[in-house]
Design a protein around this ligand. Structure first.
Ligand code: 1GP
Length: 250
């Protein structure tokens, strides 16, 4: 368990590197042993934090989170699909509001259900404006949230939502193409959001190579998330290649 604010830690990461690298571990897709292996590889490769979660959950989160906290020193940040995805064995939670959608349950309903548990567990809530962008295919988050993603060419819709998140007092913006998306968030959309909003921008979904990650950083992303490509990789050096590209060291 880390001491101090995870949000402050993330701000320090962006001051030190071109952008930060967050590795997503989905406990539904990997055994606890594989989650630990991924987390340890991520730590060794110099990534900055672990996101734990996914659109739905069919396993018990507590043992996975507890084991990850014991086995790695990286901050463990919950990335919940809904209010059931909580555990005391985490440093923080991305307290997501799916602001690109108009489903009140994912705008405020799940957050209300989660709030007393977050307080009871004593984990840091990081208010995050979560925006779903069309990734060229139907994704789990789109299906589960029953929301329509922002069209890929509607940069104006994206930046206005990002600015709204900022005015509502959120601390991060997450531009999400969806896990396993065919296409990542367009560079032009990231550039436009960067121009209009000053919050740190997380970009994830469908980022398949270090070169693509570097493009997103160049466009203005402050954090890059990868999940699928690392889960599926057989190359132990791939996380390091991503980390170097994202940090601006390659
Ligand atoms: C999903 O943004 C993350 O929420 C990561 O997506 O699994 O496609 O890397 P991928």
């Amino acid at each position: 368990m880390r001491s101090g604010s995870v949000l402050n830690y993330l701000r320090e990461v962006t001051a030190k590197h071109k952008a930060g690298y967050l590795v997503l571990i989905d406990p539904d897709r990997s055994s606890i042993a594989d989650c630990v292996r991924l987390a340890q590889q991520a730590e060794e490769a110099g990534t900055n934090a672990i996101l734990l979660g996914g659109s739905f959950l069919t396993v018990d989160l507590h043992p996975v989170a507890k084991t990850l906290q014991n086995e790695t020193r990286l901050p463990l940040i919950l990335f919940p699909g809904d209010s059931m995805h909580l555990s005391p064995h985490a440093d923080a939670i991305l307290y997501l509001s799916l602001i690109s959608g108009r489903n009140p349950n994912f705008l405020i309903g799940e957050q209300v259900k989660a709030a007393p548990w977050i307080q009871r567990y004593g984990i840091e809530a990081i208010p995050t404006g979560y925006m779903l962008i069309d990734g060229g295919c139907q994704t789990s988050v789109g299906f589960m949230s029953r929301t329509t993603p922002i069209p890929r060419d509607k940069y104006d819709i994206a930046w206005v939502h990002a600015l709204t998140a900022e005015y509502l007092g959120m601390q991060l913006i997450y531009l999400e193409a969806g896990s396993g998306a065919r296409l990542p968030v367009p560079n032009g959309m990231i550039e436009t959001v960067r121009k209009h909003a000053s919050l740190p921008i997380i970009v994830g979904g469908g980022i398949k190579t270090p070169a693509i990650a570097a493009e997103k950083v160049k466009a203005g992303a402050d954090f890059i998330v990868t999940g699928t490509v690392i889960e599926n990789s057989v190359s132990p050096s791939l996380i390091k290649e991503f980390a170097e590209a994202i940090h601006g060291e390659s």
